[in-house]
Design a protein around this ligand. Sequence first.
Ligand code: GDP
Length: 295
Amino acid sequence: MFNSLSDRLQGTFDKLRGKGRLTEDDINVAMREIRLALLEADVNFKVVKRFVASCKERCMTSEVLDSLTPSQNVVRIVLEELTELLGGTESKLTMAQNRTPNVIMLVGLQGSGKTTACVKLAYLLRKQGRNPLLAACDVYRPAAADQLETLGKEIGVPVFRGDGQHPVQIAKDSVQEAVDKLCDVVIVDTAGRLQIDEFMMQEAVDIKSAVRPDQVLMVVDAMTGQDIVNVVTEFAERTDFDGVIMSKLDGDARGGGALSVREVTGKPIKFVSMGEKPSSLEVFHPDRMARRILG
Ligand code: GDP
């Protein structure tokens, strides 16, 4: 992901580096190139507009233009702005200290990688010394509970499935099951649809009010193009999620959606997933991602 964006931005920076002194015209040309590269990478146009305006304002100062290394300063500014666009600093998973079990609920469209993200999160939390339980509240997708159970077994994490029950009841019962099994965190997998629909949203809202999760995380497929903005906006309004798990960053899409999410929703990306294996979930570091993109 981001390969073509990276190549283009690096091309722009190489041209600047070749110039020595920079004029306002040089900055204008560079900013135009950055703008086009971001738009072609599918970054939301409003996000691009604000991003480029902010970079430009900071670059068009005598401090930058008259400095000994103007091109380095431009690169630094773009890096800082990109880091900021991605959330600035790492956003931790916050869970109440005085509550056992903690509850984390995952929401998102079908196919976004929600069920596998539940398992990956369980894997990560267990590595951090927690004792998770997975709750199978997606009762509509055929085999979702089976998938969760199989994957849970693979990583040695118990799965609660209340076959035949309503998802809200399953979520509630899973919390009791965690108490009985001495698990200290429940990860609730919820149903998704291919597109947003009212029934699905309402169910997520109902589960949320029934189990009052410490964190609601939205799983977002980084391969989704521009439409990502509508989807995350709607989920943010309805479920008021706390953060994003960005999945499929190992894919070869242009990646602009992933770059737009934080700015559009104001919600931080907390984790990224770069593969199908349970071990492929990582804490998201905006600065590292920005550096990777700028090369
Ligand atoms: P759900 O419908 O949202 O629960 O989606 P699933 O968890 O079943 O994932 C849908 C498909 O995407 C599965 O084949 C997953 O293995 C795959 N998948 C999920 N996350 C990633 C990822 O980070 N990278 C890749 N390459 N595939 C992923």
